[in-house]
Design a protein around this ligand. Structure first.
Ligand code: TXA
Ligand code: MG
Length: 349
């Protein structure tokens, strides 16, 4: 398949005919990758079974892992959900449009192919103006997982989408780097209090401030493998670079010393070090990649690009700093630990 490329930019938006074409592809059951504020999404018509099947195929994704439906305004909810629980209202008012996904009971018009066989459906209204315009023009809810090959880090730039999906989908919208860099916070509202199924930019504290309280899905700690995560996708080893990665937890000075010691045992071109801008100069040996600045809070934004860079460098082992002190630490550490297959070493104080 020949993949077509079009552009969106914050100041110029789309060319009118490009937008019409992209929306037409979605309506006729084809696939379009597009930027959102979290990561790039791989979009298809959420109400067409065959579009969902194509999405799973292009990503190489297991079909029991449900997709998120993206809407451009709140009234579009009515056709895809059975009811809107009272708990949802304040959260929607506060965080939509934005990086929050809510789980609802699905209506009859959403096919099981989209929800991986579940009776619930995940919905998000993105804040990205290019994403909103595309969804509105298509006039259908757009099913969109992250636009990566299943198992690889999510794409935060159009080049990442090209690496994984060129030749496999109809169109890629090139819209520069995304703003946030990690996927939306997923919240289940079917219980008595909001349950966070996947941490994201919107933190538990932010949700509790609006909803009164919020809990994390206990399966997220990754320590107890007998508990199944409520979001089916969270059980897969995800976001992973090809090399084996270990995360070091402790005082940053000790972490730097430990990583320097470990790295020295490998040829310099085989070892990768994942650091922050503030510490990248502290390492003497190996490929050092900074995910972002701890002080400026940009680690989430650069994390996936950094993991992809290690693949490109072809390193065989990665040593990573921990980023537990950051604002979005719950989300950052969730993605980092998954990428590391939960290999963490705690350094003594
Ligand atoms: O930020 C985002 O959410 C991005 C952008 C493109 O919007 N999308 C995204 O989609 O991350 P994806 O498919 O990579 O992740 C969707 C997650 C999976 O872990 C899936 O299991 C979970 O959402 N999910 C979807 N529907 C669900 C449902 N009905 N119940 C529980 N979890 C669900
Ligand atoms: Mg994904």
């Amino acid at each position: 398949m020949n993949t077509e490329y079009i552009h969106w930019s914050p100041d110029r938006g789309y060319r009118r005919e490009d937008l019409r074409k992209a929306a037409g592809i979605l309506r006729s059951g084809g696939l379009v990758a597009f930027p959102t504020e979290t990561v790039y999404g791989l979009g298809g018509d959420g109400l067409q079974k065959d579009a969902a099947k194509k999405i799973y195929e292009a990503k190489g994704r297991p079909s029991d892992n449900p997709l998120i439906l993206h809407i451009s305004c709140q009234s579009e909810l009515d056709t895809i959900v059975k009811n809107i629980p009272e708990q949802a209202e304040p959260l929607m008012n506060e965080f939509w449009p934005g990086p929050m996904t809510l789980i609802f009971e699905k209506s009859g018009s959403v096919p099981y192919e989209t929800t991986g066989g579940l009776d619930t459906v995940a919905v998000r209204m993105p804040a990205h103006p290019g994403a909103r315009e595309l969804i509105a023009e298509a006039g259908v809810p757009v099913a969109a997982p992250s636009a990566n090959t299943s198992g690889r880090p999510s794409p935060t730039r159009a080049e990442h989408v090209r690496e994984d999906l060129d030749g496999k989908i109809d169109m890629i919208i090139q819209g520069g780097s995304v703003g946030i860099g990690i996927e939306s916070t997923i919240i289940d509202l079917t219980g008595t209090m909001p349950l966070i199924l996947r941490p994201g930019f919107i933190t538990r504290e932010m949700i509790a401030r609006v909803a009164g309280s919020a809990q994390m899905d206990p399966a997220l700690s990754g320590r107890d493998h007998s508990i199944r995560p409520k979001a089916p996708g969270m059980k897969y080893r995800h976001y992973a670079p090809r090399a084996a990665m270990t995360v070091f937890e402790g005082d940053i000075i000790d972490v730097v010393a430990e990583i320097n010691g470990r790295a020295a045992a490998y040829p310099a071109d085989r070892v990768g070090i994942l650091a922050a801008i503030e510490t990248e100069n502290c390492y003497r040996h190996g490929h050092v990649v900074a995910a972002g600045s701890r002080e400026k809070g940009t680690v989430a934004n650069g994390l996936y690009a950094a993991l992809r860079q290690f693949d490109q460098l072809g390193v065989e082992v990665i040593f990573s700093e921990s980023f537990s002190g950051e604002e979005q630490s719950e989300a950052i550490m969730n993605r980092l630990l998954k990428a590391a297959g939960h290999r963490v070493e705690f350094l003594p104080k």
